[in-house]
Ligand binder design. Structure first.
Ligand code: 13P
Length: 343
């Protein structure tokens, strides 16, 4: 029923040089971010912060869509214009996080399954009315001693596929996000093994639940050594391992892959994306970004909760978006960071 609309939305999400800005932090996560700058997390401070991100000028050159949280999709900018309307006026698609978070998985200590399927059909219908073009569901896979288990991977893959099928039924493009965490001490090789295993399970489940991959966007974690691994991989090694993993597991029919930043520094996340796009290899899908922290971190720091700092925060967001857009073409160089700082 929504075939054409879904295809057009998916194509627009990964248009050349454009990526997605994730500003869909749940209540707990945004509190953590605000704690880092000493700001209290209240309805109005959250609105004011999201206002500066959503109303920033000129972002649509680099940003195709923004992922909102349930509270945010119902809020409006300072002048009373609903946020969704501001986005649409600026030529930016509206996305919505629809999962209810990762909860402890029974019988699988240390592992989680993402909840939120009950009542999802009705919630999607409401989000569609509110103007949502696409949605996001994040599954979390933790690497540790004897984990992830098949129990965890299968449960999460099944939930992701059920969610994606419901989205497509509602005319909303699903972003399917199985995040393999970079917490712990595991090596790049172990990350490759687990990410490959996870993506195989996810695409198998999508097929089983009759999800059209043509109308789906994958949000992938990069194949990367854990934060606590003594042997950190080079940018080139991360790019090669990630590409190897994706080529082994992701169908060519998928319209595009966007990466999460997952705790990488902002500049490193840009460098990794750039290295993948700079190889010159012909890939079946565009590779872009859907960063939360790696796009917002400098803006959050510049803002400090002060209205007077809004222009500086918006400038910082514009700059990171521009750098990541360059990385989509493999044209990013660290010197570009310095040029911007001295400008
Ligand atoms: P990070 O880029 O901060 O990992 O966030 C992306 C995201 O949306 C995770 O679900």
């Amino acid at each position: 029923m929504f075939e054409r609309e879904l295809a057009a939305t998916a194509a627009a999400m990964v248009a050349p040089g454009k990526g997605i800005l994730a500003i869909d932090e749940s209540g707990g996560t945004i509190k953590k971010r605000f704690d880092s700058i000493g700001i209290e997390s209240k309805v109005e401070t959250r609105r004011a912060y999201r206002d500066l991100l959503i109303t920033a000028d000129g972002l649509s050159q680099f940003i195709s869509g923004m992922i909102l949280y349930d509270e945010t999709i119902r809020q409006a900018a300072q002048d009373g214009t609903p946020f969704v309307e501001v986005l649409k006026k600026n030529g930016i698609l509206a996305g919505i996080k629809v999962d209810a978070g990762a909860k402890n998985l029974a019988g699988a200590p240390g592992e989680t399954v993402t909840e939120g399927l009950d009542g999802l059909r009705e919630r999607l219908a409401e989000y569609k009315k509110l103007g949502a073009d696409f949605a996001k569901w994040r599954a979390v896979i933790t690497i540790g001693k004897d984990i992830p288990t098949a129990c965890c991977i299968e449960a999460n893959a099944h939930a992701l596929a059920r969610y994606a099928a419901l989205c497509q039924e509602a005319g909303i493009v699903p972003i399917v996000e199985p995040e393999v965490l970079m917490d712990g001490e595991h090596t790049l090789e172990r990350s490759l093994e687990v990410t490959e295993n996870t993506l195989h399970a996810v695409f198998h489940a999508l097929y089983r639940q009759r999800v059209r991959v043509e109308h789906t966007i994958l949000k992938a974690s990069m194949v990367i050594a854990a934060k606590g691994c003594p042997q950190q991989a080079s940018v080139q090694q991360v790019a090669e391992a990630t590409l190897r993993c994706l080529k082994r597991t992701v169908p060519a029919a998928l319209p595009g892959i966007v990466f999460l930043s997952g705790g990488q520094s902002d500049e490193l996340a840009t460098a990794h994306l750039n290295a993948m796009n700079a190889t010159g290899a012909t890939l079946p899908w565009p590779l872009s970004f859907s960063y939360g922290r790696a796009l917002q971190a400098p803006a959050l720091k510049a803002w400090q909760g002060q209205a007077a700092n809004v222009p500086a925060a918006q400038k910082a967001l514009f700059h990171r978006s521009k750098m990541n857009s360059a990385a989509c073409f493999g044209r990013y160089r660290p010197e570009l960071e310095k040029e911007a700082r001295s400008a």
